[in-house]
Design a binder for this molecule. Structure first.
Ligand SMILES: Cc1cc2nc3c(=O)[nH]c(=O)nc-3n(C[C@H](O)[C@H](O)[C@H](O)COP(=O)(O)OP(=O)(O)OC[C@H]3O[C@@H](n4cnc5c(N)ncnc54)[C@H](O)[C@@H]3O)c2cc1C
Ligand SMILES: NC(=O)c1ccc[n+]([C@@H]2O[C@H](COP(=O)([O-])OP(=O)(O)OC[C@H]3O[C@@H](n4cnc5c(N)ncnc54)[C@H](OP(=O)(O)O)[C@@H]3O)[C@@H](O)[C@H]2O)c1
Length: 472
């Protein structure tokens, strides 16, 4: 950040006066995104309360989390490699493998919190029930303990992989199906598939993992999909695939061609395995990473199928007219982005759509911020870390946003670029490229630091009344 000793700013750009005037912040959630934001606030001396529903940090990575929100299953391993997932200033232990188990990931987040002295700053087993922005711009936050508190800023880090999206509408006859229907979110271990005929629906990472797990114990597993994807192996050239050089200065189209060629030379086209032909080029859908699915298909334990068309009793009919008897159907159909603590007509993400400046700043509300609300080609944690620092700088006046019109044009351009690049799907509404996002954010922070300096490091007018107000 730009420093200016004449203004009483340290090399970091922060002044004791700025810290003394810092707004009081409410931070919702202590998953991997929330703890990164907590660290950024703590380091900057910004006072905050972090509320966490669970009795521990780590959110999704806590198997059988008492908050009921974790999608982790007993045999879940990360699919973004360790160096991609770790925070920039807190490496995962050297003893960890390239793709650690969820227990190791959860332990890492616990260590992070202790290392940076954050544990005592988190109020555990306390959920935010309701958050409303009053006419004076201050947030009124109701906790599930029954208490109400007021804050000048609100940071939302409540995660976006916990509210299951079931097929909407349900498939015809789904209510007549005699077997069990579950969503990937509630899947825990493959013992439920032992000796059964299983249909797994979807082509994302949940579908890959669950179909593979099922294939070891089920009588037979069918993998149904409404459209094809490129399946990326975990390793290429002996390296985790996300460790291949990916220079954001090289045009995306060039990188795309190279990677698609690489994937094709590794496994050939997905159609070779009976999977649907992707209707898009590589990089135009959220990556499906699996080192095992193609083997399991080639071993005859998984049969690819098109989308489910309907159910009748124990029978599942697929879109090509073929049928299979089934005992279990697992909907690996993704998640909804929801903020249960906001009034729906105030802030929501219908069809997973929410427009934010670089996925963090709300264009109409100057004192609400979203951390980790993005779907990277790569891991979320280092991005959440950078976002937390960015918001921290903003709250102290060390970063100034661009003018409203510029900000809105940026959001519109970003939305247009996403629509153009990605296959139309509710899962492609908050996509970013890991390296590109970090690079663009660093540039934006540099530019915003210069604007802040030109403004004399004026703190942001957080509580100014705005059109977006929910309560009187
Ligand atoms: C099966 C699965 C595997 C995944 N694998 C990877 C991977 O390999 N790599 C990767 O980068 N990403 C992966 N992801 C994405 C996942 O979203 C991130 O890894 C990570 O969990 C995001 O962290 P988060 O803090 O944003 O959300 P979460 O982990 O969901 O944490 C949110 C936290 O907020 C708390 N909270 C929510 N609402 C409230 C409230 N109202 N009041 C108080 N507290 C609240 C919750 O209790 C929770 O602790 C995976 C997702 C799934 C479903
Ligand atoms: N090992 C791991 O680390 C791991 C494991 C599991 C999940 N994850 C992560 O968790 C997140 C969620 O992944 P996910 O696989 O659960 O969800 P997802 O990526 O959103 O994928 C959902 C899949 O279901 C399909 N689908 C949705 N609605 C459908 C419908 N009505 N009918 C038929 N198909 C439908 C989608 O198809 P369309 O593309 O056509 O919409 C897509 O193939 C991702 O970030 C993923 O990387 C990671």
């Amino acid at each position: 950040m730009a420093g200016d000793s004449e203004n009483g700013h340290h090399a970091s750009g922060r002044s004791p006066q700025a810290q003394a005037q810092a707004p009081r912040v409410c931070l919702i959630g202590a998953g991997s995104s929330g703890i990164a934001a907590a660290k950024a606030l703590h380091e900057r001396g910004i006072p905050f309360d972090c509320y966490e529903k669970s009795d521990r940090v780590g959110g999704n990575w806590v198997f059988e989390n008492q908050n009921g929100m974790s999608a982790a299953y007993r045999d879940l391993f990360i699919n973004t490699s360790r160096p991609r997932m770790e925070y920039s200033d807190f490496p995962m232990p050297e003893s960890y493998p390239d793709f650690p188990h969820h227990t190791q990931i959860a332990a890492y987040f616990e260590q992070y919190v202790d290392h940076f002295g954050l544990r005592d700053l988190i109020t555990f087993q306390t959920g935010v029930q309701h958050a409303a922005r009053s006419r004076d711009g201050v947030w009124t936050v109701e906790l599930d303990s029954g208490e109400t508190r007021r804050y000048e800023a609100l940071i939302v880090a409540n995660g976006h992989h916990w509210d299951p999206r079931w097929p909407e509408p349900a498939f015809p006859g789904a209510d007549t199906f005699t077997g069990e229907q579950l969503h990937a979110h509630s899947y825990l271990e493959n013992s439920i598939f032992a000796g059964k005929r299983v249909v797994v629906l979807g082509m994302g990472n949940s579908a890959m993992d669950i179909a593979v797990e099922s294939s070891y114990v089920a009588e037979h597993t069918y993998l149904a999909a409404r459209q094809g994807v490129w399946i990326i192996p975990k390793y290429v050239f002996g390296k985790p695939v996300d460790q291949l050089r990916n220079d954001p200065r090289v045009p995306f189209k060039v990188r795309q061609r190279m990677l698609q060629q690489l994937i094709r030379s590794y496994a050939g086209p997905p159609e070779r395995y009976g999977l649907p032909k992707p209707n898009h080029r590589f990089g135009e859908a959220h990556p499906t990473v699996s080192g095992r699915i193609l083997d399991r298909i080639q071993h005859g334990t998984i049969t690819p199928k098109p989308n489910i068309a309907s159910f009748e009793g124990a029978q599942v009919r697929f879109a090509d007219g073929s049928t299979a008897e089934a005992d279990v159907v697992v909907y690996c159909t993704g998640y909804k982005i929801t903020f249960p603590f906001f009034d729906e007509d105030f802030i929501s993400a219908p069809e997973n759509h929410i427009e934010l400046f670089r996925r963090v700043f709300h264009p109409d509300i100057p004192n609400v911020f979203f951390i980790g609300l993005l779907q990277p080609l790569g891991a979320i944690m280092p991005l959440a870390e950078a976002q937390g620092e960015w918001v921290g700088d903003y709250l102290l006046g060390d970063y100034a946003l661009p003018a409203g019109a510029v900000l809105r044009a940026d959001i519109a351009a970003d939305q247009a670029a996403m629509r153009e690049r990605y296959v139309a799907s509710k899962r492609h509404t908050i996509q970013v490229d890991f390296d590109d996002y970090l690079r663009a954010l660093a540039k934006e922070r540099r530019e915003g630091a210069l604007r802040a300096r030109a403004n004399g490091y004026l703190p942001p007018a957080l509580c100014r009344p705005s059109v977006a107000t929910t309560a009187s």
